[in-house]
Each structure stands twice: as C-alpha cells, then as structure tokens.
Design a protein around this ligand. Sequence first.
Ligand SMILES: [Zn+2]
Length: 239
Amino acid sequence: MLDDSDIARILAITAHPDDVDFGAAGTIARWTEAGIEVTYCVVTDGDAGGFDEDFPRDEMPALRRAEQIAAAKCVGVYDVRFLGYPDGRVEATLDLRRDLARVIRQVRPDRVVCPSPERNYVRMGASHPDHRAVGSAALDAVYPDARNPFAFPELRDDEGLAAWTVSEIFVVAGPASNHFVDITATFGRKIAALRAHESQTGHWDDLEGRIRAMLGRIAAQADLPDGHLAEAFQVLDAS
Ligand SMILES: [Zn+2]
C-alpha cells in the first residue's frame, strides 16, 4: 500500500452527490490537510433524490450539484465534476467507461476512490444499483481503459489525452474492507459536509449521533481505542 506522502493527486468517483461524504469525507479531509489535491467526479446529479414532495423536481439537479460543491469545500476539495447521467438508471456501459477514463487521464490521480461493484448484503443501502454500476465502470476505467493508449483512441486522437496508470484504488462500502482510517480528528468536517446535503440529511434526527455510532462500530472492527471513529476501505494494488 502506498504511503500518503507518496501521493500527489486523488480522484474520488461516486454515483450520487453525498456518496463521498457518507463513505469517505473524514479520510478525504485528512488527505487534503496533508496537502494532497483531491478531485470529485460525480456520475449523476442525484435528480431522483430528496424527500420534500413539494420541491420542484426540475430544480433538483442544480440543488444537488450546489450541495455537493458546498460539501466538498468543507473537506478541502475545490474541483468537483459532474457527468450528468440519470440518477437511478446508471449502467456500466462503454460510454461511462470512456467518460471515466477521460476524467482519469485529465486528473492523472495516483489513487482512485470508488464504490464497490459487489453487493454488500450486510448494508443494503451501500449497494444501490448505481453504486455497483459506477464501481464496475470505474475499475474498468482504471484498468485497462485509462492506461491503454489504444483504448478509446478518440481520447488520445481528438482530445490529446495521454494514457495514465492509477497506482492504487480505495473501494468504499464493499463486502471486504481491509483498511481502516482513523477519522476522529476530522469527524467535525465530515459532519459539516453531510449537513451541506440539506435536501438529503435535513430531515435526519440526530445525524451526528447516528454517524458517530456507525463510525464507532467501524473503529471497533479495526481495534481502535474506545471513542475513536473510522472509515473503511478495500485497498487494491492497481499498478
Ligand atoms: Zn448514492
């Protein structure tokens, strides 16, 4: 596994606005505090989200983009890109693989964060079909698409994007986590990011308490001392 001090850039790929904040914002705050540049690529605008039935649906994409941009700032991320795929209908198509390979070649990250393509039977909510589709397409975009100069030749020929090899992948919310990041020190920044998704979390009763309990359980799995909080990942060597 790479040391954070060897990492210059990280790209976090997610299906919906708020996914990165539930799964990884505490870890991302640690990375940006260490001087690592982090970019978000959000595949949909979360236009099927929200809970307020009176809110005009056609305004949802703009609202959720704005919420994700505000949440990103809470953890030191200022580059947020949206691909505009329809929420709830994402499939791991060749188009999505090409679009993700494009962003990987543009950002040239050392590490990619993405959802798991596998279903987590313990946490149904983690395995939304869009998450699994984006996880599958993201892994394919890392290997082989982004690194193979002959894959999607239009990226090279028409857009001048050279092949790029990502060294490492952090998979979020999969069934086989093997790496735990202590985020006790950045928990407040994660909660601020989650609160920025007002349309998603505004109705939650005791958001902070519920997230603290969840992250405390993850910390216990990692044998961290009582009171510590952690986020979990499956780390893959992609080099
Ligand atoms: Zn989601």
